[in-house]
Design a protein around this ligand. Structure first.
Ligand SMILES: Cc1ncc(COP(=O)(O)O)c(C=O)c1O
Length: 264
């Protein structure tokens, strides 16, 4: 890749991470729709049609050894041009790779993860899946430096999402997640989990989560394509529920595992 690629120089690009289970894409059309939204958000024309993306990704998978669980990472940048902030008249750069994913062991899943809340230091367009992830890098490291695994981002007193995941809490039979907007990424896993809530007896509910409500939650989950559904069992040094992944998390994980194997 030329060093003057605007992705390298400015972080001027967007990306997607698409799960592949036993060689089959999961929610590919939804990921392509979000890619389109991200491209629109940075005013970069989509270099390919949906059919062309499908063909490209199928070829990529064919050229790589199959595995039980993989992801396709794809990024589109504003191309290679002399270093100047103004949009250049050059073709975009498309880069895609396939990676094998080691699913967390049953023991790791059963332990859950530890997290702290941190002030969200990102910009005003978090709904764009931008490759510019410096705030996320710093906030994840802040969590690691504090001896925990994850950070939950708080802005204006409301808990929004994880560093690379969406946030859910369970409370009084409701599965609550903040509504979509400019302060969080509209996660594909989030939509699937919300859609499965009623199957396991929870009422899906999109509304803001004030910090106090997060701290009083029966269960806290973080969802993403890479890590699926993780239970947060310790938050800011206090246990969540009884300090182990809760019964609703176990039900949702089982439902999600079944769903991902049957539907693309
Ligand atoms: C900031 C942020 N929120 C949420 C998510 C989860 O999105 P998805 O479920 O589509 O992977 C991600 C994924 O990387 C993310 O980076």
């Amino acid at each position: 890749m030329p060093v003057l690629d605007r992705g390298f120089i400015f972080g001027d690009g967007v990306y997607e991470v698409i799960p592949v289970y036993r060689g089959a894409f999961f929610r590919l059309d939804e990921h392509l729709a979000r890619l389109q939204n991200s491209l629109d958000g940075i005013r970069l024309p989509n270099p390919y049609t949906a059919t062309q993306w499908h063909t490209l990704f199928a070829e990529l998978l064919k050229r790589n050894a199959p595995a039980a669980q993989q992801t396709v990472y794809v990024q589109v940048t504003r191309g290679v041009a002399p270093r100047d902030l103004a949009f250049p008249a050059v073709p975009p750069t498309v880069f895609a790779m396939v990676q094998d994913v080691a699913s967390p062991t049953a023991a790791a899943r059963a332990r859950g993860i530890t997290a702290i809340t941190v002030a969200d230091i990102r910009w005003q367009r978090c709904h764009i899946k931008a490759i510019t992830l410096l705030p996320n890098v710093l906030m994840r490291q802040q969590a690691l430096d504090a001896g925990v695994q994850e950070a939950i981002l708080v802005r204006d007193g409301e808990a929004l999402e994880g560093v690379a995941s969406n946030l859910f809490i369970v409370r009084d039979g409701r599965l609550i997640t903040p509504p979509k907007g400019q302060h969080l990424l509209p996660g594909i896993t989030r939509d699937v989990v919300l859609g499965l809530a009623q199957d396991i007896g929870l009422t899906p509910n999109e509304h803001a989560i004030p910090l106090k409500e997060l701290q009083g939650a029966e269960e806290i989950w973080l969802t993403s394509s890479n890590k699926e559904i993780q239970a947060v069992t310790w938050l800011d040094g206090k246990q969540v529920g009884n300090g182990t992944p809760g019964p609703w998390w176990a039900r949702m994980t089982a439902r999600y595992d079944a769903f991902k194997m049957t539907l693309g």
